[in-house]
Design a protein around this ligand. Structure first.
Ligand code: UDP
Ligand code: MG
Length: 142
């Protein structure tokens, strides 16, 4: 299935000058960049993005982290794009990430793990409409 998904180069990835390498990793995995922007989100937007984790003990730290400096948001498209991005990203905890994955290469810790990828097609649609409201629903549903 050709899917669309939402990926982020989180603040630590931008601060570490890894944007170009990470975009290259996604393109080399066969993904197409459909939309791309740099944005410094506020805490309310960060809370909404991670609303499913609102009861986790690390929620506030995560919100502070994701809103601390600009990040790069993108829509990626390709065969099984949701799973492909998560495979290229690697495990949530960089110390458990497979060699060669983005989090293995650049991740600092469990919070500053460099990248985000939607975890399902359904969540990808929600996240794409949040981060790229200029994209039409009809486009997302095709
Ligand atoms: N996170 C954290 N502490 C943890 C687990 C996760 O700060 O113990 C952060 C981390 O930045 C992660 C994000 O919360 O990427 C979302 O967590 P999730 O379990 O959804 O991991 P992901 O889907 O990003 O691999
Ligand atoms: Mg997740």
């Amino acid at each position: 299935m050709v899917e669309k998904t939402l990926a982020l180069v989180k603040p630590d990835g931008v601060e570490g000058n890894h944007v170009g390498e990470i975009l290259n990793d996604y393109e080399q995995a066969g993904l197409k960049i459909l939309a791309l922007k740099m944005i410094h989100v506020n805490k309310e937007f960060a809370r909404q993005h991670y609303i499913d984790l609102k009861d986790k003990p690390f929620y506030q730290e995560l919100v502070d982290f994701i809103s601390r400096s600009p990040l790069v948001a993108m829509i990626l498209e390709g065969e099984n794009a949701v799973d492909t991005v998560r495979r290229v990203n690697g495990a949530t905890d960089p110390s458990e990430a497979v060699e060669g994955t983005i989090r293995f290469k650049y991740g600092g810790g469990k919070t500053d793990n460099t990248v985000h990828g939607s975890d399902s097609v359904e969540h990808a649609k929600r996240e794409i409409s949040m981060w790229f409201p200029e994209f039409l629903d009809s486009y997302l549903n095709d």
